[in-house]
Every structure is written in C-alpha cells, then in structure tokens.
Design a protein. Structure first.
Length: 295
C-alpha cells in the first residue's frame, strides 16, 4: 500500500483525459481537477456532458458550504476542467487516459486503441474496470505494456481507495507512476495482479449476492440484513444499499462474468431476484428504485 500523502506525492502526469461522463467518469474528473491536474472530460453525448458538469459544480459548491473547501479551490478546479465531444481534441497532449465507459471488453479495447493512435508513445492508458481482465482489454492495443487498471470507487471524491491492477505485460515504471498518481489524488492505493474480480469486486460481490439470496429466501428484510452488517461487522454501508449505489445492472454483469471465470464460480451465480429487478428496470439509485426507494 502506498503511504504518500497528497501534499508530498509527486506525479509526472499533468494532463489527464477521462473517457465517459457517467457517474464514475465525472467523479474521476472532479478529483483530478481538484488535485491541480489539467483535466479533459470526453463523452459523445452532449446531455451527459452537461449533467456531468452540473453534478461537479454542485459537489464542489457543497464542499465549500460544508467548510471542506474554499471558493478559491472550487474555482481553480473548474478552471482545470474542460468538456470534449471529440477524441481528436481530448487526447493529444494527455499524459494519462482513464476510460470509464460501460463494462464491455470490446468497447474498452476499441476506445483505448483509438486513443493510442492519437496520443504520445509514453501515454499511460488506464481502465476503470471493476472486474474485467486487464490483459484482455490490452489485447490488440499498441504497446500493451502501458495499459493498467485504475479501479476507483463510487463516490470517487469521498472514497479513499484506488485499486491498481497490474496486467502480465504492464511495465513496472507505469505501475510506479500510477501509484504516485493515486497518492497525488489523496487516495490509498493497493496493488493487485490481473485476476477475475481483482480483490475488491471478488470479495464484495460474494457478500452482496449472498445478501440478495437472503432477501429472496425471506431470511430478513432488506433493512435488517443491511443493519446486521453495519452494526455487527462495522461495514460503513449495508451490502444491499451498496448494490443500489453501484447499480444492480453493474453487479449482475460482474456476477455473470465471474461465475464463468473463477474455479468456484457457483459463488457468483446471480440470484433470480437480481435478474428480475434488472429486467424490470429497477437498477438502484440511478433509476430511483432498487432494494430501496431513492427520491
């Protein structure tokens, strides 16, 4: 684990391009811009870009209101951030690219390959995947030794952990640089090798899926199962509420992937209840309904 503080950490990255202005992408962009990095946020969807900027402005304003930031730091972060609809404008000159697009290997691989063609030879290409193979994503990407996993956690501005996932061909210098980058963002970094589910998704998903099965079997209410883990084991949040925040569709996709990739994949077999909720559009906080109602 890295122990550098954001005040003493040094990163060679000065310009970072974040691909995807969804929940994770906008959070990563906000943290990068707030840490003094020139930050470009790319998304082809104009409405998504607008929502991202509105969300970032709101979060930065709340930080000022709560005394956790200052108007000067808020304004500096906004000055560091720009929105882009074109990769041709977002990529050139970037020291690091962090993709935060949907969990599809083909999409991530194609996007990083396009970035590689537009960027300098020493650009670091990072993927925010929470479970997909770094080696599989890097396959076919020019100079795969510069591809690495940077698994941030939602909400990115508040969560302290950054899981750095090292592929079999990832250059050790890239690993060192990304660990310094994480420390410069104020994150505590863990280093794990590329394996299905890494450390966090593999462990967290087992608990989350079992909690869903317990609801399915009528063992307890959603609230009581969550309360058991919060009060009994010191979890900051119950596994069912966390599933709502992550997104039921995201958890389902990861479960389906891990159930076919791990020796004991039956642990990750998606519960029927999870499939039913996703099929009816109850995806958690982002749709207003999941295991909980979200106003």
């Amino acid at each position: 684990m890295t122990t550098s503080s954001p005040d003493t950490a040094v990163t060679r990255f000065r310009t970072v391009t974040v691909l995807g202005a969804g929940t994770m992408g906008r959070g990563i962009a906000q943290v990068c811009a707030s840490s003094g990095l020139v930050t470009r946020l790319f998304d082809v969807d104009g409405a998504q870009r607008d929502r991202a900027m509105a969300s970032i402005r709101t979060d930065l304003a709340k930080a000022v209101d709560k005394g956790k930031s200052t108007p000067e730091r808020r304004d500096a972060a906004l000055d560091n951030l720009s929105l882009h609809a074109s990769l041709e404008r977002a990529i050139p000159g970037a020291d690091m690219v962090v993709e935060a697009v949907p969990e599809r290997i083909d999409l991530k691989r194609e996007l990083l390959s396009r970035c590689a063609a537009l960027a300098s030879d020493d650009v670091v290409l990072a993927t925010n995947t929470s479970s997909l193979s770094i080696d599989a994503i890097a396959q076919g990407v020019p100079r795969p030794e510069r591809v690495i996993g940077t698994h941030f956690f939602n909400p990115v501005p508040l969560m302290k952990l950054l899981e750095v996932v090292v592929g079999s061909r990832t250059d050790e210098l890239v690993v060192t640089q990304v660990l310094a980058f994480g420390a410069a963002l104020g994150k505590e970094c863990i280093r794990v090798k590329d394996s299905p589910g890494f450390a966090t998704s593999r462990l967290g998903l087992v608990i989350g899926l079992e909690a869903i099965r317990m609801v399915e079997e009528g063992v307890g209410s959603v609230e009581d199962i969550d309360k058991a883990m919060v009060l009994g084991y010191g979890f900051p949040m119950g596994p069912l509420r966390l599933t709502d925040l992550v997104g039921l569709d995201v958890r389902l996709a990861i479960a389906e992937y891990l159930s076919t990739r791990l020796p004991h994949g039956e642990h990750f077999r998606p519960p029927k209840l999870l499939r039913e909720l996703v099929a009816t559009g109850k995806l958690g906080k982002k749709t207003g309904r999941g295991f909980y109602d979200w106003p």
